[in-house]
Design a protein around this ligand. Structure first.
Ligand code: SF4
Ligand code: SF4
Length: 467
């Protein structure tokens, strides 16, 4: 796509092509408030100051999954930032602009890669909120999004799906549907959902509180999550056991928890996200926790940003900022506390997959690897191109099933190339996406959450239980 040059701008040649030079805000001519008729209204538009930080160097391009897939400048971080700048300068929010914003997975790989520290995370979050407020999608898209948001952020509704899903999986209908090959052609979105659904075990009921084993080192709240609690209750059970074994009183309060708001934040549904965030804060306000632990990467990055999310809310702003400071990924907290429980051997080769919202959004890469390497007998292997998203990205794989499957297939190839017997990651979305991709590739590798591997080692369970 050709980017029009602004009068007086100096073109810059970079790895991804030629672009207008950036400069200070007055050179760019960005108004303090977006002009009338532009893409954005005055309620938190993408900030001109942050846009100006981009020097168009193009270092982010090779790490961007949509640029890797299509090689289109407007489907790269740099291209999207350019569109935001155009929107601030008066360009209306066109269907094409929205398409390029919608295609962003929000993986934040570009944030890690950017040498200029561009806060693309803030930019795309503010942009998505504008899109949700100011753009009317087509009827099919509206209906699909309405269905997703009437279901996914509600753990109780998701849990109602368990029975029919288990019956479907047990009946052999799943194999029959796969053999016909018709579903992806007739209903790609339904086919994507069907392929992602994990094999369900028995639900594990969590107590309101689990006491520390031995001397107490911390009181820790724990998020049970939506997809995690409905489809991976065994991961939550393992998380609570590991925390207790490492000397934490675990406050769970499963009946008071709901969605943390991550899915809504990542899709520009600002008011809904705030409502969920307030509810989470209310649930744990009186629990007196030292830390709040999350075992789902996408939720963790949102909880750490509660201060920003509720910054305009006079009643909750201070509470949200304080709470956000206590949020830790499970691996982060265990690493911070240091081990006290005995690790028993687990003789297994493990490939560790960095969930984007853990590695790029939270900068948590070393801690899970250290925890896994500390397990006797466990051999850790690295996956090639770890910075490229697996294509899960919240609901992106449901909204964009074709490209998501392509990204999943790439990830499956690099995962299987490690020759490991077990793939470990820390996000339910990645677990489902990689499992579906590996199955499509005809590969054979077991999948587990970091918490399950640690739990098996602490309880001296045979490694076969994970395989
Ligand atoms: S968040 Fe991911 S998909 Fe979006 S622009 Fe950045 S690298 Fe590309
Ligand atoms: S976002 Fe960062 S890495 Fe990408 S073009 Fe701009 S300055 Fe370069």
């Amino acid at each position: 796509m050709t980017i029009p040059q602004q009068p007086g701008e100096r073109p810059v040649t970079s790895p991804g092509g030629t672009f207008p030079a950036t400069g200070p805000r007055d050179v760019l001519g960005l108004a303090a408030q977006p002009p009338d008729g532009g893409a954005f209204d005055a309620h938190h538009p993408p900030a001109a100051e942050l846009i100006s930080d981009c020097v168009h160097c193009g270092f982010c391009l090779p790490t961007c999954p949509t640029y890797v897939l299509w090689g289109e400048e407007m489907d790269s971080p740099r291209g999207r930032i350019y569109l935001m700048k155009e929107g601030l300068e008066g360009e209306p929010l066109s269907d094409s602009m929205v398409t390029h914003f919608d295609r962003c997975l929000g993986c934040m790989s570009c944030v890690t890669a950017c040498p200029s520290g561009v806060r693309y995370d803030r930019l795309i979050e503010d942009t998505r909120q504008q899109v949700e407020r100011r753009h009317r999608r087509g009827p099919r898209e509206r209906a699909l999004r309405a269905a997703i948001f009437a279901l996914f952020p509600y753990p109780r509704r998701l849990r109602l799906l368990r029975g029919p899903l288990r019956a479907y999986q047990a009946s052999g209908l799943r194999r029959l549907v796969a053999r016909t090959g018709l579903l992806p052609r007739l209903a790609p979105t339904l086919a994507a959902l069907e392929s992602l659904a994990p094999r369900l075990g028995s639900p594990a009921r969590l107590p309101a509180r689990m006491p520390a084993v031995g001397p107490r080192r911390a009181v820790v709240g724990m998020l049970t999550g939506c997809v995690q609690s409905a489809f991976f209750p065994e991961v939550n059970a393992a998380t609570a056991r590991v925390l207790a074994a490492e000397g934490c009183d675990v406050v769970i309060l499963p009946d008071r928890q709901g969605c943390c708001g991550a899915l809504s934040v990542h899709n520009g549904r600002e008011e809904e996200a705030r409502r969920f965030a307030r509810r989470t804060l209310d649930a744990f306000a009186a629990a007196g926790v030292d830390f709040f632990v999350v075992n789902a990467a996408g939720c963790g990055s949102t909880l750490k940003e509660y201060g920003d999310l509720l910054r305009d809310d006079a009643r909750y702003a201070a509470l949200a900022a304080d709470f956000a400071g206590k949020v830790r990924d499970l691996s982060e907290l265990l690493d911070e506390l240091g081990p006290v429980a005995t690790r028993h051997p687990l003789p297994v080769t493990v490939a560790y997959h960095d969930a984007c919202h853990l590695a790029h959004a939270q900068g948590v890469r070393a801690q899970p690897r250290r925890l896994l390497r500390d397990i006797p007998g466990l051999e850790l292997r690295e996956i090639a191109d770890p910075e490229i998203c697996c294509g899960s990205a919240g609901i992106w794989n449901v909204l964009h099933p074709g490209p998501a499957a392509e990204l999943g297939d790439r990830k499956a190839r690099t995962v299987l190339a490690t020759g490991a017997r077990l793939l470990v990651t820390a996000n339910p979305g990645c677990l489902m996406q990689v499992a579906a991709s590996v199955t499509r590739a005809g590969g054979d590798i077991a999948l587990a959450h970091t918490a399950q591997v640690l739990d098996a080692s602490l309880r001296a369970r045979p490694v076969e239980e994970l395989l």
